[in-house]
Design a protein around this ligand. Structure first.
Ligand code: VG1
Ligand code: CO
Length: 583
């Protein structure tokens, strides 16, 4: 057994190691600076109580993006030096974010050991490669992202750090092969185990969904299917689940080989970046000649996001979570006993609220970012939750889960088509959504992103919007000047959240303008970018007259969009006349 020593390395703080909405994300060249990653990892160890580290098991893996392999070896050596007993690494360093959560919660090691936390190496939907982004975040023993109390502590530590611990002489571990290697250090034995990236996750999915029912749907010649992993880690799970377990054909998978640079693309599953899938589903301007599949879906780099499409039809994520909640009990065995409650992030449309009300379910509105759902789930108050940003999930793990969302939709389709598989026509994705609107009304919804704008201008724009809130008559004067048919703003505030479980308060979570007819405008600065600032504008309008729920959403929302741009003086503060992405 190879032995190792612990070295203490002198270091100095770096500016800006503040975790954002989901971990620390920076350009690779920033992370690759001497001691940069090491500082953040040590700051994390120092922020955690010793009982979470000493003699414990940690998971280290991610979406396989460029720099992950180097980072994994560094974190293994630092874990050994900080008294961790065991490090679990998914084969080739690959684990999706929801799979990490599942591994923490479910996986049991040879001697009955369980993991107490994880370093997840991903910048999620941000591009990867030598000139693009890398990222790292820490998840706790419940499988969820570290709460703000811990991330604040990590940041604080990063500003005063003087040294870090590392086992420099520990040899690199071959992470491509399943198996264990043991080393001997000052605290005793240290072990690195490489394990199958999919086993724990697949077992969990099989315990939630009726795989036989989904298999029958996929075997029906009338039902065609397509999944695009955008060269992220979802490909590993898609092959195992959709092909091996559920019998879909190989040709139904697009971009399912993980690549360090995501093939040069932007691994964000939306109508702008998932180009190939959008084309196949008949939703791009230059449509292919062949008949689009009945169902299409995509994931982001770390496979926690999902986009759901029907033939020539886009399902907004806000509708998706509402539809899953409305159908969960009938269609998904895991929920057959009923839902404990549902939750959405503040900028997500109120489609879920209407379902919660109709089904008499507990309902919560939380700030943006998955970490806020975890407390509700741990307290047994929430079963299904979602965000407008293509995140949907449940209390089976403590992260949003892209493959889970696809299986949820396939379950709903399987249930609605149970007796129709031999008949003439199947119930389609579009049928399900239109039926939902007819029952609950429709929330027209769009998000405008202004990416990488000047940070100063973005700050000023937000300050201007906060200022304007104190003068509603002035606000309404602007609204009426833009379009007299738009209803009045009756309330405006900055969203603040008090966690109902632990009482912690999160302030400045987005600026809201609330209209008399239920419409909403929300403005937020992104917390996941690595350069400049990104302004997000969320625009929503409720329509419950069923004769008016079939309009084009951009057209229906045009007056409100104009109001948003005027109220925020978008062009004046940013110099931009158009957003970079519209979803
Ligand atoms: C964005 C989304 C947010 C999501 C977060 C992490 O944050 O808006 O809803 O939880 O990304 O998703 P922001 O602060 O940029 O708006 V992922 O898949 O990038 O971890
Ligand atoms: Co992600």
């Amino acid at each position: 057994m190879a032995t190792f020593k612990v070295s203490r390395i002198d270091t100095k703080p770096y500016d800006g190691q503040k975790p954002g909405t989901s971990g620390l994300r920076k350009k690779v060249k920033v992370f690759a600076q001497p001691h940069y990653l090491q500082n953040f990892v040590q700051a994390t160890f120092n922020a955690l109580t010793a009982d979470r580290i000493k003699g414990k098991t940690l998971v280290v893996s991610g979406d396989g993006r460029y720099y992950s392999k180097d980072a994994i070896q560094i974190i293994i050596k630092m874990s050994a030096a900080n008294g961790v007993k065991r490090v679990w690494v998914g084969q080739s360093g690959l684990l999706s974010t929801p799979a990490v959560s599942a591994v923490i919660r479910e996986r049991v090691g040879k001697d009955g050991s369980k993991a107490s936390g994880a370093f997840i190496l991903t910048a999620s939907h941000n591009p990867g490669g030598p000139t693009e982004d890398f990222g790292i975040k820490y998840n706790m023993e419940n499988g969820g992202p570290a709460p703000e109390g811990v991330t604040d502590k990590i940041y604080e530590n990063s500003t005063t750090i003087k040294e870090y611990l590392i086992a420099e002489d520990l040899p690199d571990v071959d992470i491509s092969k399943i198996g264990s290697t043991s080393f001997s250090g000052p605290d005793g034995e240290f072990e690195v185990e490489i394990f199958d990236s999919t086993d724990t996750y697949v077992k969990l999915m099989k315990s939630i969904f009726d795989f036989e029912a989904i298999k029958k749907l996929l075997a029906c010649p009338k039902f065609t299917f397509c999944y695009d992993a955008l060269h992220g880690v979802a490909g590993v799970y898609a092959k195992r689940i959709f092909i091996e377990e559920l019998g879909a054909s190989e040709s139904s998978l697009l971009n399912c080989t993980p690549k360090e640079d995501f093939g040069g693309g932007h691994p964000d599953p939306n109508l702008t970046y998932a180009k190939e899938l959008v084309q196949r589903m008949g939703l791009s301007k230059s449509n292919s000649e062949s008949e689009p599949p009945e169902f299409g879906a995509a994931a982001d780099g770390d496979a926690d996001r999902n986009m759901i499409l029907g033939k020539r039809f886009f399902v907004t994520p806000s509708d998706s979570v509402a539809i899953i909640a409305a159908n969960a009990v009938e269609a998904i065995p895991y929920f057959s006993g009923g839902l404990k409650g549902v939750a959405r992030s503040m900028p997500t449309s109120a489609a879920l609220d209407v379902v919660a009300k109709a089904l008499n379910l507990k309902f919560f509105e939380v700030p943006t970012g998955w970490k806020f759902f975890g407390n509700l789930m741990d307290a047994g108050q929430c079963s299904v939750c979602g965000e407008e940003s293509f995140g949907t999930g449940s209390d089976h793990v403590r992260e949003k889960d892209g493959i889970w969302a696809v299986l949820a939709w396939l379950s709903i389709l399987a249930q609605k088509n149970k007796y129709k598989l031999d008949g003439e026509k199947l119930v389609t994705v579009e049928d399900i959504v239109r039926q939902h609107w007819a029952t609950y009304g429709r929330h027209y919804y769009t998000r405008y992103d202004y990416e990488n704008v000047d940070a100063g201008g973005a700050k000023e724009l937000m300050a201007h919007l906060v200022n304007l809130q104190s003068d509603l008559p002035q606000v309404n004067k602007i609204v009426k000047k833009v379009n007299s048919a738009v209803s009045n703003v009756i309330n405006a505030d900055e969203f603040e959240y008090t966690d109902p479980v632990d009482g912690s308060i999160s302030k400045h979570q987005g600026i809201r303008y609330l209209f008399e007819d239920g419409s909403r405008l929300v403005f937020r600065l992104s917390g996941t970018g690595s350069e400049g600032a990104t302004i997000r504008v969320y625009i929503e309008q409720y329509e419950n007259d069923s004769s008016k729920t079939g309009r084009d959403s951009q057209e229906a929302l045009k007056p409100l969009v104009e109001v948003a741009l005027e109220l925020s003086k978008m062009q004046e503060f940013t110099g931009r006349s158009e957003p970079t992405v519209i979803t």
